[in-house]
Write a protein that binds this ligand. Structure first.
Ligand code: NOJ
Length: 567
């Protein structure tokens, strides 16, 4: 919608009110959400069928991962036509119906904007690769090379060199992701204009915003010289010349001026490499750039050593730094899960003994900070990592490349599979578990990726019936955030900073103050706050049903929310 007609400029405690600050976002990975036509692949009509479920949960905004035409090398993040729907997902009429159905329910829709790269099957790239003097040659990043000598030593984020050699022209094109995802040349104004035209086409259709994929990679360091050490951080290449490089904000500015700023929409950037000190430049109220960014600092605690305990002190430091860093100047996007990382309850929770308690305590921990909370499909029912028997069960292009690389280095098969089962992206991409029937109610056909074997005990149908389920806990949590402006706009302050097991913080707005306490360990822990204030009558939500004890002893993964100040 054009901005002039809809903007709400009121403020709360000096923070500008915006619908997207008050919203709860639900992320859908369309391939795995709901299959309406029985081909084993999720689709747009499947999403439409489930909108009542999302509305009942309290969702305001739906974010759908790419559903555009694509050969699916990276499940839709390789787009071959930005203005067509992927055939497996339906057609434009299905999309229009979905958008209308979302709006009818008072909800909004944001789409994934993947413009760092296209598919190699996009007509722009087909033209660009046809000859050195094709007018679109410069739409992508080509450099002279030889079969066995890439233009520089950069590595792809999906493993292997970041270049693909073309024998006919003796040049290579850059691909920071898979070989089928050539990077667009953002230096070229014609490329930018073509992208803006496409963005405005979608915005004029009435969508409510975008999640901006890989947005910090659009600018590459001029000269494209070698990196000092492309393998500097364990197995993670150093991306300093291809991530958050000086000048990337000029592209964002140009894009905002010519597209986003003319609409009342929300934009959330996938902003790998942006530090908290730089974040205001990206999302500062005065800057007129993005609404919010995803930061990934906390995922660094998510290392490959899966047996290691969560370093809670460090987690608190990271989140608090972002909370304080953007307080009164910008806005955070809050998330623990997405389609690129394993399931949180398997990682930081305890699926053996405290599955319910840990899924709900982790939920409270991140959800009530200042920012817009995102829920990834299945997180609201506590879906867990899955089990794959062999590499053939995997789908993710990154996992397959990783497997090949480690096999070449001589790592035993079982060890690689064990590693991938902990870190693989497919963990979060297994089909949504709707009920206990075959294929988890996702499809009547064997799905494209195996259903998690635990679907008979973890599924939506069962949890809808159970008032003590993870799902109903999420529902209450969402309702609470909506009922309490302090949970949207209130200031965040960390308490019990040195406690290694408890994550606790307050949210304060004018006279109101809430205390959020989460024991993120499998032990019972004693805690001391201003305990006089913590009476049962002041407690507004907990994941344990048994009454409070007088000792201020938190049970394993217990979470409690108290009202300290006036209602
Ligand atoms: C980030 C997306 O979240 C991921 O799924 C994708 O593979 C890459 N960007 C490349 O588009």
């Amino acid at each position: 919608m054009k901005s002039e007609t809809k903007k709400n400029t009121a403020t709360i405690s000096n923070i500008k009110r915006n619908w997207w600050k008050e919203a709860v976002v639900y992320q859908i990975y369309p391939r795995s959400f709901m299959d309406s036509n029985g081909d084993g692949i999720g689709d747009l009509r499947g999403i439409t069928e489930k909108l009542d479920y999302l509305q009942d949960l309290g969702i305001d905004v739906v974010w759908i991962c790419p559903m555009f035409k694509s050969p699916n090398d990276d499940n839709g993040y390789d787009i071959s036509d930005y203005q067509e729907i992927m055939e497996q997902f339906g057609n434009m009429a299905d999309f229009d119906q979905l958008l209308a159905a979302i709006h009818e329910r008072g909800m909004r829709l944001i789409l994934d904007l993947v413009v760092n790269h296209t598919s190699d099957e996009h007509p722009w790239f087909v033209e660009s690769s046809s000859s050195k003097d094709n007018p679109k040659r410069d739409w992508y990043i080509w450099r002279d090379s030889q079969e066995d000598k890439a233009p520089n030593n950069w590595e792809s984020i999906f493993k292997g060199p970041a270049w693909q050699h073309d024998a006919t022209t003796q040049q290579s094109y850059m691909h920071l992701f898979s070989t089928k995802q050539p990077d667009l040349n953002w230096e070229n104004q014609a490329v930018r204009d073509a992208i803006y035209k496409m963005i405005n086409w979608w915005l004029d259709k009435g969508i409510d915003g975008f999640r901006l994929d890989a947005i910090t990679h659009m600018k590459k360091e001029p000269g494209l010289s070698d990196m000092a050490n492309p393998n500097s951080l364990k197995n993670v290449p150093c991306w300093d010349k291809m991530m958050n490089v000086d000048g990337v904000l000029n592209y964002i500015d140009d894009m905002c001026r010519k597209t986003f700023n003319h609409y009342d929409i929300m934009t959330v950037g996938e902003a790998n490499g942006v530090s908290v000190d730089q974040a205001e430049e990206w999302v500062g109220e005065q800057k007129q750039r993005l609404s919010m960014i995803f930061q990934f600092d906390h995922l660094q605690l998510w290392n490959e050593d899966s047996e290691s305990q969560l370093d809670l002190i460090e987690l608190k430091r990271i989140f608090s730094k972002w909370q304080k860093g953007l307080q009164n100047s910008g806005w955070n996007a809050l998330f623990l899960e997405n389609h690129d990382i394993p399931r949180i309850v398997s990682k930081w929770g305890n699926t053996e003994k405290y599955w319910f308690e840990s899924a709900t305590a982790l939920a409270v921990m991140y959800f009530l900070m200042q920012g817009t909370p995102f829920i990834y499909q299945g997180q609201e029912i506590g879906m867990t990592n899955t089990q794959f028997d062999g590499i053939d069960d995997f789908d993710c292009v990154g996992a397959k490349n990783h497997y090949a690389e480690l096999r070449e280095q001589g790592m035993p098969e079982q060890e690689i599979l064990h590693l991938l089962s902990k870190i693989g992206r497919d963990n979060s991409r297994t089909p949504m578990q709707w009920d206990a029937t075959e294929h988890a109610g996702f499809s009547c056909h064997a799905p494209w990726l195996k259903v998690n074997p635990n679907y008979q005990s973890i599924n939506v149908a069962e949890q809808l019936q159970d008032s003590g389920s993870v799902l109903n806990f999420y529902r209450r949590l969402i309702a609470l955030r909506k009922a309490e402006p302090v949970l949207v706009y209130g200031e965040y302050d960390l308490v019990l900073e040195a406690d290694e097991k408890i994550y606790a913080y307050t949210r304060s707005l004018d006279e109101q103050q809430l205390l959020i306490i989460c024991n993120l360990s499998k032990e019972s822990v004693q805690y001391y706050y201003d305990n006089k204030a913590l009476r049962e009558k002041n407690m507004i939500l907990s994941n344990y049903t048994k009454g409070l004890d007088n000792d201020f002893l938190l049970q394993p993964f217990e979470t409690r929310i108290y009202r300290l100040g006036k209602a």
